[in-house]
Ligand binder design. Sequence first.
Ligand SMILES: C[S@@+](CC[C@H](N)C(=O)[O-])C[C@H]1O[C@@H](n2cnc3c(N)ncnc32)[C@H](O)[C@@H]1O
Length: 276
Amino acid sequence: MADGYREQVSRNQVRFGAIAQSYAGGQARRLQADLLAELIRSLDFERALDMATGTGAAAAVVAKAGAGATIVGVDSSIDMLRQARAEVSGVRLVVGLAEELPFADGAFDLVLCTRALHQVEHPGLVVAEMARVLGPFGHVIVADNVTGLSGAAHEEFERIQRVRDPGHATTLRENQIVELLRGNGLDMVECRRTTSFRPLDQWLDDGGAGPAEAAEVRRRFAALGRVDDDGFGTNVVVEDGEITGLRQAMSWIRARRSGQIPHGDTGSGTGTPTPS
Ligand SMILES: C[S@@+](CC[C@H](N)C(=O)[O-])C[C@H]1O[C@@H](n2cnc3c(N)ncnc32)[C@H](O)[C@@H]1O
């Protein structure tokens, strides 16, 4: 394993180890379960994988929709999986890395990754692994925060997110996620967009930020101020000149593999994209 993402995995293990319990009580419940259920409603699947399952919120939705199907959740954090065991049933939980899935090629017909791509150092490697374990005609769902910022504002926003959560890696643009999927032989089926307001205090608490980190985030946000985005992406909400929270923008993308698996060709388009 390249050191570049070993360190990132460790940062996430520490961070999610510390917040596993509160995550299950808060953020996990804020998954848009109805939307996810709608995205998978028409799909026939017998073997589903939830990558970076955390406390199993998305896996639970899949388990409910796919009676009789085998549902597997994989995550690098033992603490998150311990919490998942207390939260969900009917899901096999496995410790493993999204970059090196412990599963055979084509082992699943539905593969999901919700709210986790921004936590990994090389999202391209993770998407390549999703594609590798997906069988012919299988479906992939990727849901994540996306950015509409660019340049210095984007870089500063990313730094602020790392102050709040040292496990944060990169927020991608929606089209970058689409390109990663396409580059791994997957065809777009649909893309839904959601936005939600996260009060700043709640967002800081969810991230496990202590008083020093919270103060640093507030200071940096105040200096950053309102920034222009290209219309869809996470940004700050400013009221009466003060940043009150975040407008969190998520893209929910469903893609499918049509027909043959391009064996030996899943590495294309897997570099780490940099938002432009
Ligand atoms: C924000 S949580 C999302 C959990 C869940 N998918 C959800 O929507 O509630 C991110 C999860 O990614 C996991 N994670 C981070 N890096 C990982 C990696 N390289 N391999 C596997 N899991 C990883 C963390 O342990 C954490 O449980």
